[in-house]
Write a protein that binds this ligand. Structure first.
Ligand code: LLP
Length: 385
């Protein structure tokens, strides 16, 4: 059933490994997000860090979404692919002067500022250019996202965001910063969040903080709740979309927007993860003493998530239907952590078979490296093959 979705005969003619993107699924995902957000004061800024492939960026920009960027080069990549600067936000704890200047020169919508020193530098650089920079304070809400510790961002022990106790001081700095204009507050608690309760907790904190700003006589035109909506990596038969309906309804229910206030989101994974697969060839089937290794030509340099976060990706042999056998699926890199999956059932596999590692559209291709002097993986799109 799953095998039908891949043009396996065409794949056989291609060098591996490569990323294959199902453009129809991407468009269906974008349509589902649009349906839940249009006619509301909801705006989605796609988190470019999840996948910066120009073709993917162009598809997302064409739907009218904005871009959440985390480096100067992401801002440039987003604009090259059709995102307009008035829909670009720029986050990151360590923005260099050059990167801030890229944002200023292009009049991006907003800098999500993460510290007092950053605010001061931004004001100085904006004033040197005679510009006014729009800023949002990224506040660390101290909400637990209950996800992998490497992708939790909203706890006080994390490097991200401004702590609540620094807010009075930051307002003092704002008073002396004539080249800054406050647009709102920004949050991001973590990634691959599957228990929506964490977002409810975030809403409680957002409301508390908003009230505090109101007592200071400050109205916030924008509340930005970041990204983090998780996807189901386990699904064996088809890759489902994230539950956008419940996600957006949750915010609608828990955050009553003030008149003219906008709610911004920064979804990355949920937009692009389902549509991408990493396609690889079996190099060798190696009989170990206790287990059978399927050695494939993709490695942690192409998809680092399993090695770095012990992430699960569904894997299947898309060119064999010989019935199940038990394997460890491993790559060729000289690291013991170069393992895609341990003790999984796959159709019995042989040298030359094609393997699909699913739900790899987010934080896959974009995190590829050239370790071991390997080539970066290529990419193909469903409407191209
Ligand atoms: N906004 C900010 C400020 C972020 O830091 C992130 C992700 C997002 C939005 C998008 O989050 P998403 O909707 O994609 O969860 N490489 C890791 C994930 C790192 C996420 C970093 N920040 C992984 O492969 O799981």
């Amino acid at each position: 059933m799953i095998k039908g979705i891949f043009p396996v005969e065409k794949f056989k003619q291609l060098d591996t490994p490569f990323y294959y993107y199902d453009i129809e699924l991407l468009r269906a995902t974008l349509q589902a997000i649009k349906k839940e957000t249009e006619n509301k004061r909801f705006h989605v800024h796609y988190a470019v860090k999840a996948n910066a492939n120009p073709r993917i960026l162009k598809e997302i920009a064409a739907f009218g979404f904005g871009a959440d960027c985390v480096s100067g080069n992401e801002i440039l990549a987003a604009m090259e692919s059709g995102f307009t600067p008035d829909k670009i936000v720029f986050a990151g704890v360590g923005k260099s002067d050059r990167e801030i200047e890229i944002g200023l020169d292009n009049d991006i919508f907003c800098f999500n500022v993460e510290s007092i020193p950053e605010l001061e530098v931004l004001n100085t650089l904006a004033s040197a250019k005679g510009k006014t920079a729009r800023v949002a304070f990224r506040i660390n809400p101290n909400v637990d996202a209950h996800t992998h510790k490497y992708i939790t961002t909203g706890l006080t022990e994390n490097k991200f965001g401004i702590n609540e106790q620094d807010l009075p001081r930051i307002l003092e700095v704002m008073k002396d910063s004539s080249n800054l204009q406050l647009t709102g507050i920004h949050f991001h608690i973590g990634s691959q969040i599957t228990d929506l309760k964490s977002f409810e907790d975030l809403c409680v904190r957002v409301k508390e903080l908003q009230e505090w700003f109101n007592t200071q006589g400050i109205k916030l035109p924008v509340i930005n709740v970041g990204g983090g909506l998780g996807i189901n990596y386990q699904h064996p038969n088809h890759i489902p979309m994230a539950d956008f309906e419940s996600y957006f309804r949750l915010f609608e229910k828990n955050l009553q927007l003030q008149p003219n206030q906008e709610l911004h989101f920064e979804l990355g994974r949920a937009v692009v993860a389902p549509c991408g697969s990493l396609i690889s060839r079996v190099l060798f089937v190696k009989e170990g003493i206790q287990k059978k290794f399927l050695i494939v030509d993709a490695g942690m340099t192409d998809l680092i998530r399993p090695a770095l976060y012990q992430a699960f990706h569904h894997i299947e042999n898309i060119s064999s239907e010989k019935g199940p056998a038990l394997y460890d699926v491993v790559g060729p890199i000289c690291e013991s952590s170069d393992v895609f999956a341990e003790q999984i059932m796959l159709d019995e596999s042989a040298r030359g078979d094609l393997i699909a590692i699913r739900s790899a559209g987010a934080y896959g291709e974009v995190m590829a490296s050239r370790y071991n002097c390997r080539n970066l993986p290529l990419s193909y799109f469903s409407d191209q093959l």
